[in-house]
Design a protein around this ligand. Structure first.
Ligand SMILES: *Cc1c(COP(=O)(O)O)cnc(C)c1O
Length: 829
């Protein structure tokens, strides 16, 4: 009898945890029946995707439970990565990779008559981010788990992620992204893990039971946050961390007033309002002034997350909150979660009755702040009125933080009235505001930029005064990307070539790619290198043909610019070069140039007028060029609709040339630049963001540099930028702008692109025309270099070989050592 029970138990546990193909096949069959609930005749690949996803999720749960338990048992310190965005990308392929069961899953699906790639392609993109910042958070979660560091990602479970992009007559059209429509097999809803979040109302004094005068917050509204947990499995280890996303709910009994007065519909209405809090992700690059709901989103997820951390301290770790800095590191990914500084103070002072100084020392020792931008328009500032109506207690706390802080400034810089005014957390220009970057800086023991140049500029400009006060708080942490997703998973051809050549140690020690340098001139290796790139280009071409109808020849050079559409990233500079090539071919029918495919991808913020017009221009030039037999033997242009992590997997590995052409000093780091380098593309770029370090690592001879430096940009601006001077000096540029204005790409319409041309000629803070001549000359160097395919392969191989620094494992190791003081916990099963 016990034997029967034991063997049944063993079988059941195998069904949940067995890792070979037969076990996985059993598990899939089991989930098809018991979780998906479909008869065999009704099964589609999508059902197999969900069944396999559930089977894989089961396989992470033992690791998940053990990771939490063992880190608690050891009293280990935990990193909490607070981020309003996590651009995770599809999970199934990555989880199979990290569990090292890809072959078993492939075999299991094949034995069930299913195609592995088709099944994996059924996963919708969880688009819970705009671009680089959200993707960085996702890469960091992968590295934290792989490096066996206990970590929790905290964010927002947006019901609608970043909009889906389509084109209509070349214009961007935005569609809602209903990514949860078919359910989400990765998350586990934890309705019992829920917290109340206050909003609005006022504060009042009261006398507590010990006779002390205290303050409490009487909110106008209360919203409930419910946790949804997604496992984050490390590669080749038992560590499985968690991403906890908060979803807003109505509080069932809060609107009792309304009920009691018989206003049932008003009560229901308040439920509807509560649930809009986590409805939709806001696109970047739109002014957030007046977006009360955005502030509510930020406060909502930060408040839930801090309450969860306090719960772990109180109930699971059973240690005093005074120990917080020894047990948790709270990292602010940009200023979006920076209200956490005031919220932690509120919890410690108002709720836990700690004295202010002690609370403040705990807060500062716990928080770290990563800055992501120097663009003044992108630095978060909330109008004081809106802030005070929404978070009245937090505004009082911020005033008190500011009062004490400015006293410190006065003590250190006596008589420097202007400095005190500059450093105030309350801005006075254009109406009073709360300056979130300053709050984050004052409330954190560590402040970092995301590339060497960016960190230097931060200390010299936006946070200069703060650097002079606390130089020891500032450091650089150059961004990185995960080699698991952005090489192993998305470039299987290169992965096997690397494994065959240098072994597979590079997956967790990317510096081992240096081993490729020994093969750089080996003809056989070079041959295989080129075959891999060629087949990646074919794979992208097939995808582009299906999604756009444009056919590219994989023997052409693939010149790719994919990233958010923004004037500072200067997609329009690239378009000017493309039009110049078109112009040269039209003027000289005997001209022979190396054929090139120009691939663009990226979304524009729905309200960003110029960016949307740049998209229209790219599509219009593409339409003209691709259909003109005089030129389309030498050039074609494709705009990949809806750039996201899923299609990024096809795009980065197919590039010969990576366009990183932002105005120097404007791109904080970039991470797309790193993904291209890792996959063997050469970069044409300015000395901006991490490009500087990419060029340093690759060697200047393996990088195409052009453009003004950051110093020169500032000098030109200081002395007065006069774009017309660059046009007067350059007949080709004059002709290029003339073609756009003449309606050549718009069926004779001379109005549609006038705002763009006017902007370039009269009102361009990003100096496009100043860099035009240098960019075009550099593109001619690129074209010449491409002619020598051995030399090109040599440079391409060296780029990959020297990309080790740009692993997110390196970046996370630095954060753990220098900022978080979080060590590894070896999880045993
Ligand atoms: C890497 C990545 C980005 C960031 O690209 P940048 O070139 O650094 O701006 C944006 N979106 C997606 C989908 C990415 O994978």
């Amino acid at each position: 009898m016990t034997d029967v029970v034991n063997s049944a138990a063993a079988e059941a546990s195998h069904l949940r945890s067995g890792l070979d193909a037969a076990d996985l096949r059993e598990a899939i069959t089991d989930h098809l029946r018991y979780s998906i609930g479909r008869p065999a005749a009704a099964l589609r690949p999508d059902h197999y995707y969900r069944a396999l996803a559930l089977a894989v999720r089961d396989r992470m749960q033992d690791n998940r439970v053990a990771s939490t338990q063992q880190s608690l048992d050891q009293g280990a310190k935990v990193t909490c990565y607070l981020s309003a965005e996590f651009l995770m990308g599809p999970q199934l392929g990555n989880n199979l990779l990290n569990l090292q069961i890809e072959d078993a899953a492939r075999a299991a699906l094949e034995s069930l008559g299913q195609d592995y790639d088709e099944v994996l392609a059924c996963e919708p993109e969880p688009g819970l981010g705009n671009g680089g910042l959200g993707r960085l958070a996702a890469c960091y979660l992968d590295s934290l788990a792989t490096l066996e560091r206990p970590a929790i990602g905290y964010g927002i479970r947006y019901e609608f992620g970043i909009f889906k992009q389509e084109f209509n007559d070349g214009w961007q059209v935005e569609l809602t992204d209903n990514w949860l429509a078919n359910g989400n097999p990765w998350e586990i809803a934890k309705p019992d893990v829920n917290y109340l979040v206050n909003w609005g109302g006022h504060t009042e004094h009261y006398i507590d039971d010990s006779g002390a005068d205290r303050i409490r917050w009487v909110p106008r509204q209360v919203i409930k946050g419910v946790a949804y947990d997604t496992p984050i499995q490390g590669y080749g280890v038992h560590t499985c961390n968690v991403l906890t996303l908060w979803s807003a709910r109505a509080v069932e009994s809060f609107a009792l007033d309304a009920f009691n007065t018989g206003d049932y519909y008003k009560a229901v209405e308040s439920e509807v309002t509560s649930e809009t809090v986590t409805k939709v992700l806001y696109p970047n690059d739109e002014p957030e002034a007046g977006k009360r709901l955005r502030l509510l989103q930020q406060y909502f997820f930060v408040s839930c997350s801090l309450q969860h951390v306090v719960h772990i301290m109180d109930d699971l770790a059973d240690v005093s909150l005074q120990e917080l800095p020894q047990r948790f590191a709270l990292q602010l990914n940009d200023t979006h979660p920076s209200i956490g500084v005031a919220e932690l103070m509120r919890i410690l002072v108002d709720e836990r009755r700690l004295d202010w100084d002690l609370a403040w020392s705990i807060t500062v020792a716990t928080f770290g702040y990563t800055n992501h931008t120097l663009l003044p328009e992108a630095l978060e500032k909330w109008p004081l009125g809106l802030f005070g109506e929404s978070l009245p207690r937090h505004l009082e706390i911020i005033y008190e933080i500011n009062r004490r802080f400015l006293d410190e400034v006065r003590a250190k810089f006596p008589g420097d009235v202007d400095r005190v005014r500059r450093m105030s957390l309350i801005g006075e220009e254009g109406g009073q505001t709360v300056k979130m970057a300053y709050l984050a800086t004052v409330g954190s023991h560590a402040v970092n930029g995301v590339a060497a140049l960016h960190s230097d500029l931060l200390k010299a400009s936006v946070l200069k005064d703060f650097y002079e006060l606390w130089p020891e708080r500032f450091s650089n942490k150059t961004n990185g990307v995960t080699p698991r997703r952005f090489l192993a998973l998305s470039n299987p051809g290169l992965r096997s070539l690397l494994d065959d050549t240098i072994g597979d140690g590079w997956l967790t020690d990317l510096d081992r790619l240096r081993g490729l340098e020994a093969f750089v001139d080996d003809p056989q290796f070079r041959q295989r290198w080129r075959e891999v790139k060629r087949s990646n280009k074919s794979r992208l071409s097939e995808f582009l043909l299906a999604s756009t109808g444009v056919e590219l020849d994989p023997t052409w050079m693939f010149d790719i610019q994919v990233k958010r559409i923004h004037e500072y990233k200067r997609q329009h500079l690239s378009v000017l070069h493309i039009i110049r090539q078109y112009f040269r071919l039209k003027m000289d029918p005997t001209l022979q140039i190396a054929p090139r495919a120009y691939v663009f991808g990226g979304k524009a913020a729905p309200g960003y007028y110029m960016a949307k017009r740049i998209i229209k221009l790219i599509n219009a030039v593409g339409e003209t060029v691709n259909h003109d037999p005089d030129v389309n033997r030498f050039m074609k242009i494709v705009f990949v609709p809806n750039f996201n992590v899923q299609n990024a997997h096809l795009i980065y590995p197919a590039a010969n040339l990576s366009e990183q052409i932002s105005t120097a000093g404007k791109e904080a780091s970039g991470t797309g630049n790193m993904k291209f380098m890792l996959n063997g593309a050469l970069t044409i770029g300015t000395l901006d963001g991490a490009n500087v370090e990419i060029r340093q690592e690759a060697g200047p001879e393996n990088f195409f540099l052009f453009g003004l430096t950051e110093d020169e940009v500032e000098r030109v601006k200081r002395e007065g930028y006069r774009p017309s001077e660059y046009v007067d000096r350059n007949d080709e540029l004059k002709a290029v702008l003339g073609l756009i204005s003449s309606g050549q790409f718009s069926h004779g319409d001379t109005e549609v692109f006038r705002p763009l041309v006017d902007n370039l000629l009269h009102d361009d803070p990003f100096l496009v025309l100043a860099d035009y001549a240098s960019y075009v000359a550099c593109q001619d160097e690129v074209a010449a270099a491409w002619q020598d395919s051995d030399a090109w392969s040599h440079m391409s191989i060296l780029n990959t070989a020297r990309s080790g620094k740009f692993s997110s494992d390196r970046a996370i190791t630095e954060y753990c050592d220098d900022i978080w003081n979080v060590g590894p916990v070896k999880v045993e099963i």
